[in-house]
Design a protein around this ligand. Sequence first.
Ligand code: AMP
Length: 322
Amino acid sequence: MGQIYRNFAAKSHTMSLLVIGSVAFDAIETPFGKSDRIIGGAATYISLAASYFSNKINLVSVVGGDFPVTSIQMLEKRGINTKGLQILDDEKSFFWSGRYNNDMNTRTTLVTELNVLGTFDPIIPEAYQNCEYLMLGNLSPEVQLKVMERIRNRPKLVAMDTMNFWMDVALDDLKKALKKIDVLIINDEEARILSKEYSLVKASRVIREMGPRYLIIKKGEHGALLFYGSRVYFAPALPLEDVFDPTGAGDTFAGGFMGYLAQSGRVDFDNMKRAVIFGSAMASFCVEKFGTARIENLREEEILQRVNAFIDLSQVDIDLTA
Ligand code: AMP
């Protein structure tokens, strides 16, 4: 724990993290209630979660003139640099709406209106050029590739998220992107579709042959698996009393994971294991309220308490000589 705490506290020595993905309006229905149009989007969740670890979060995305200035100010108040957030005054922001089923693990997408995202041309501000870590949130692989091409010096670590939809409509570009990244973060269903293997161990081999050295497979309320070489690490998910809205949990995980790595500046399997725990802790907060509400104002002590709960949950003392 000492190590984690020291790393976590040393925010000032952090590496810069460039985050790209959607910044959006969402409308969510769960068995517990319904939200109005609230702010969401993969990059919103990723950068909010990462902002607890690093004060050098650079956001690249696009919104329309309908996006509230107060929401951009909320991101800036968390130290997130929004210079790379394009605002197209005469257009509308990306809108997504989803309904969760009673198990809260599965959901149906009700509406996807691409709007500004349909023609998104990711412009990387000069000040972002020397980013050390890059998180490519779920977007078309074509845009993800463009971002990698437009960053002059390859970042120290490139992580990427994707979804089934892109496997169906843009598999060639997705495969090109996979060749260029270090870490792929996807869920179990996506891993099975991408690899055409049911066993996640076999799937992890097939996917890593496509490019990424590290693979994280998220299993929702059943935790996450980290694969590297012949090594596997499993992090449980915390059994929570209140799961209110799972939207953005995957992105929040990715933000906590990359934020922690950027802050500690070390990329190796053991540090990745810690990062998975921090990502899982951040995701466990996300689901407790609608949208981004819970992760807009967390205290460091709360995060550390959660991390400790994870450590307690996964520790086993077995005396094999007894
Ligand atoms: P997650 O629950 O982690 O899968 O992420 C949910 C977030 O992803 C929501 O806030 C949506 O705005 C965003 N989202 C949903 N579909 C897409 C899409 N096709 N492209 C980009 N972002 C999306």
